[in-house]
Design a protein. Structure first.
Length: 319
């Protein structure tokens, strides 16, 4: 491991993660031995600049622990590397779901979704779009009583509103406007949130899991073609208003009909997918209601994070 003591304040202990631009280590404060996470840029100027940008965004979204956003304690350059010092967490939400012997209660899942909506509400109020919402980028700590407290993390691809880049979001959580290369805003985070909501409520099942395959006359982006087909079967056809905005729409749709130019094998509807997960009619109806509320095709018709929290509150109290 490279240099263990950083900025005369921190000690690296072991590597716990790695991304395209950086390596993450566990560590401690030298002053009190409290645990921290240390994000270190990989060699190269571009990697340093990526972490500097992330530190700028983390500074903008810094808040109290009840905002459920990872807290940055420090950031600095040393020995041609850039470092971000973050609060330490037990693990990420994907690992937590994998470790559960029993499915959490509906109420526990809703509590996690409420915390995540609070994090989105906070960063959106600060003019930030996360652009890569997924379980791996949500950390957690679990209390002795089993209470899960989450932190939204990994702002390496985040951006400020009005300063967006076209290539965003991990495949399974990608919004339709991003696939079509149409304009997007913070509502793209809400789409990813809806995909995550299904995954959390079903303990790890993906709502959209497109596969690459050969398709006649579609040498480009066959996985996108399958993705749009799954959306069609799960939630119905995309509205023409959205299709007309996409730079890449002509790759996937016939005009002027706006019908999919190539159809794959049928997939189950959202209702059928949820029915496969639970036989209990009451939470099943609430899950379907919430997911349909969140997963609106048109970005301007998607709810805000605040509105998601309001519906979650109603679902918990409405018998």
């Amino acid at each position: 491991m490279p240099k263990q003591i950083l900025n005369e304040k921190y000690r690296k202990t072991k590597q716990i993660g790695e991304g395209r631009f950086s390596i993450v280590y566990s560590g401690v404060f030298l002053s009190n031995s409290n645990m921290i996470a240390i994000k270190e840029s990989k060699p190269g100027r571009r990697n340093k600049e990526k972490l500097k940008k992330e530190a700028k965004i983390l500074s903008a979204v810094y808040g109290s622990t009840d905002k459920h956003v990872i807290r940055m304690f420090d950031h600095f350059e040393e020995n041609d590397r850039y470092y971000i010092i973050l609060e330490h967490c037990q693990g990420n939400l994907l690992d937590w779901m994998d470790m559960q012997d029993n499915d959490p209660t509906f109420e526990q899942s809703v509590d996690i979704l409420n915390q995540l909506a609070t994090a989105l509400e906070w960063i959106h109020s600060k003019g930030v779009i996360h652009t890569d919402l997924k379980p791996e980028n949500v950390m957690y700590n679990e209390s002795l009583t089993g209470q899960i407290n989450i932190r939204l993390t990994d702002f390496g691809n985040a951006c400020f509103k009005g300063n967006t880049s076209p290539w965003i979001q991990t495949r399974n959580y990608r919004a339709p406007e991003v696939i079509l290369y149409a304009p997007y805003d913070e509502s793209s985070d809400i789409w990813s949130y809806g995909c995550m909501a299904y995954e959390i409520l079903t303990m790890g099942e993906l709502l959209f899991d497109p596969r690459a395959s050969k398709a006649p006359n579609f040498p480009l982006y066959p996985r996108d073609m399958h993705h749009l087909n799954i959306m069609h079967y799960r939630l119905g056809p995309l509205p023409k208003r959205l299709i007309s905005r996409g730079v890449y729409s002509e790759l996937y749709y016939d005009f002027p009909s706006c019908n999919l130019a190539y159809t794959t094998s049928p997939s189950r509807s959202l209702e059928r997918k949820v029915e496969d997960f639970t036989d209990d009619e009451q939470p099943r109806g609430k899950i379907i209601l919430f997911l349909k509320f969140v997963l609106q095709y048109l970005p301007e018709e998607r709810p805000t994070a605040t509105e998601c929290k309001e519906l979650l509150s109603i679902l918990l109290t409405d018998e």
